[in-house]
Design a protein around this ligand. Structure first.
Ligand SMILES: *Cc1c(COP(=O)(O)O)cnc(C)c1O
Length: 316
């Protein structure tokens, strides 16, 4: 498992390569939740998502390699492309056909190859495994890796520095790297803090796996929260047990509830992607009220601008 010491070491390693992102109060969501609600604006991170933390930490710990590869719904791939360019090694990012074009463009703009393989995250992952086995690439997975989890955990350290009396942190949940890292950091420093995971109802692999008591496969479906898609990996070693042990509560949202969260945040001036809107969506749906102060992690900004505009139009 990943410890507070690992996360502090990651912070020392990546501290000057990632941004410290703002924490802002939300008056409207505070009123709705009945107590102070804060937004951790990690969508302002370089590359548009928290994934840069884990990818940068993992790449910084590599020896000499032929290149780096991964399978990603987009944001981890983009982050790894960024980190690889800094290291001066080639990167091949394997993605499924569900990944939006703007995310592919962002990867190639960073000098990496975006290799589109298959209809699911799991199929794309097989190609990354092949590159590791046959071509000497280092495979940096999107969540189930100690250096990735420790990197994401630096976000937990930052949250408690900015808001030392935080009572709960709501974390968008997919493979669980973010929740495992933030949860490990926050609970080590503040054992009583509540860690709340939020996923979409459509194809939530971690929720289904926790219910089954072991990693299981679920059908991957298109969702507004595309960054929350994908399985947890049948051979999951770290994030499944860490999420199971660290998470106090799990909330699932409909597509309409996620869209409402996204629209609300846009009205507050925060342009986020669907995955990052689940905290606001849960508060607005009455599924998340506290305890307070409650921190919502806005995990990423990488939504196709036309899609964002269309979602805002839909209410008018
Ligand atoms: C990857 C990602 C998540 C989920 O993170 P996991 O570590 O897979 O649970 C949430 N939001 C955004 C924007 C992401 O890119």
């Amino acid at each position: 498992m990943v410890t507070l010491d690992d996360i502090r070491a990651a912070r020392a390693r990546i501290g000057d390569r990632v941004r410290q992102t703002p924490m802002v109060a939300s008056a409207a969501l505070s009123e709705k939740a009945g107590g102070p609600v804060w937004l951790k604006c990690e969508h302002h991170q370089t590359t548009g998502a928290f994934k840069l933390r884990g990818a940068t930490n993992a790449v910084a710990r590599l020896g000499t390699v032929a290149g780096v590869t991964t399978a990603s719904t987009g944001n981890h791939g983009r982050a790894l492309a960024h980190a690889a360019r800094a290291l001066g090694v080639p990167a091949i990012i394997c993605v499924s056909r569900l990944v939006p074009q703007n995310k592919l463009d962002a990867i190639t703009a960073l000098g990496a190859e975006a290799r589109v393989i298959g209809a699911s995250q799991d199929e794309a992952f097989l190609e990354a495994l092949r590159l590791e086995r046959d071509e000497g690439f280092a495979l940096i997975p999107p969540f189930d890796h100690p250096d990735v989890i420790a990197g994401q955990g630096t976000l937990g350290l930052e949250i408690l520095e900015q808001l030392p009396d935080a009572a709960a942190i709501a974390v968008p949940l997919s493979g669980g790297g973010l929740l495992a890292g933030v949860g490990a950091a926050a609970k080590a420093l503040r054992p009583d803090i509540r860690i709340i995971g939020i996923s979409m109802e459509r194809g939530a692999a971690m929720a289904a796996s926790l219910a089954a008591g072991r990693p299981i496969e679920v059908e991957e479906l298109p969702t507004l929260a595309d960054s929350l898609g994908g399985g947890v990996g049948m051979a999951n070693r770290l994030t499944f047990p860490m999420v199971r042990d660290l998470m106090d509560e799990l909330i699932l949202l409909t597509e309409d509830e996620i869209a409402a969260g996204l629209r609300h945040l846009a009205a507050e001036g925060q342009v986020v992607e669907g995955a990052a809107a689940v905290g606001a969506g849960a508060v607005l749906a009455g599924k998340l009220r506290g305890p307070h102060p409650l921190v919502l992690i806005l995990s990423g900004a990488n939504i196709d601008p036309a899609r964002h505009a269309a979602l805002l139009e839909a209410v008018i």
